[in-house]
Design a protein around this ligand. Structure first.
Ligand code: IMP
Ligand code: MG
Length: 173
C-alpha cells in the first residue's frame, strides 16, 4: 500500500528558492572559494541542486550523522557515522542541511567542525521548523520556514522511505 502525501512545497518552488539561495551565496562569497559539506543522507538532493547553481569555485565533502532512529522524535543524541575525507582548515565551509528541527544536530556539528579551524563556518538549510528549536543555532541561509509537521521528500525520509520524491510533503496515511 502506498501512503497519500500532501504536497507542502512543490518541485518548482524548491528549484526557484534554490536558485535564489545560490545567487545570494555566490554574491556573499564573491572572490572566494567555498567548501560544501553535504550532511548525508537528507541533504543530498538539495546539495546537488544548490552546488550546480553556485558560480564561485566549489569543493564538496560528505559527512553522515545520526540523531534519529526510525523515530519521528529526536533522541537528542548525535553520532558521527562518517567523518569528512578532507581537512577543513583555512577553508570557507558551508554546511548544507535538509532541515533544522530541535537544532541539536547542527549545534553539535558547529562545535565539532568549528574546532578544526576553518576560515569560516556557515550554515544553509533547505527547511527550518523554528517552533521546535531547543538549541540556539545561527543559520545564515534558510530555504523555507515550515510549520511543525513531519515532512518527507527531496531527501527527507520517514524510516528511510520517500527520499526520492521531487517535492516536500506530509504523509496523510
Ligand atoms: P534536529 O537535531 O532535531 O535539528 O534534527 C535534525 C535532523 O532530524 C534532520 O537532519 C532530519 O534528518 C531529521 N528530521 C527533523 N525533522 C524532520 C522531518 O520533518 N522529516 C524528516 N526528517 C526530519
Ligand atoms: Mg538529516
Amino acid at each position: 500500500m502506498t501512503d497519500k502525501i500532501r504536497v507542502m512545497l512543490s518541485e518548482e518552488q524548491i528549484q526557484e528558492r534554490t536558485r535564489e539561495l545560490a545567487e545570494q551565496i555566490s554574491k556573499d562569497f564573491e572572490g572566494k572559494s567555498i567548501h560544501l559539506i553535504c550532511i548525508l543522507k537528507g541533504s543530498i538532493f538539495f546539495s546537488c541542486d544548490l552546488a550546480k547553481r553556485l558560480t564561485i569555485p566549489v569543493t564538496i565533502d560528505f559527512m553522515s550523522v545520526s540523531s534519529y532512529g526510525g523515530e519521528t522524535v529526536s533522541s537528542g543524541r548525535v553520532r558521527i557515522l562518517k567523518d569528512l575525507d578532507e581537512s577543513i582548515q583555512g577553508k570557507n565551509v558551508l554546511i548544507i542541511e535538509d532541515i533544522i528541527d530541535s537544532g541539536r544536530t547542527l549545534s553539535y556539528l558547529v562545535d565539532f567542525l568549528g574546532s578544526r579551524a576553518p576560515e569560516s563556518l556557515t550554515i544553509c538549510t533547505l527547511l527550518d521548523k523554528p517552533d521546535r528549536r531547543v538549541t540556539d543555532v545561527d543559520v545564515q541561509y534558510v530555504g523555507f520556514e515550515i510549520p511543525d509537521e513531519f515532512v518527507v521528500g527531496y531527501g527527507l525520509d520517514y524510516d528511510q522511505k520517500y527520499r526520492n520524491l521531487p517535492y516536500v510533503g506530509v504523509i496523510e496515511g
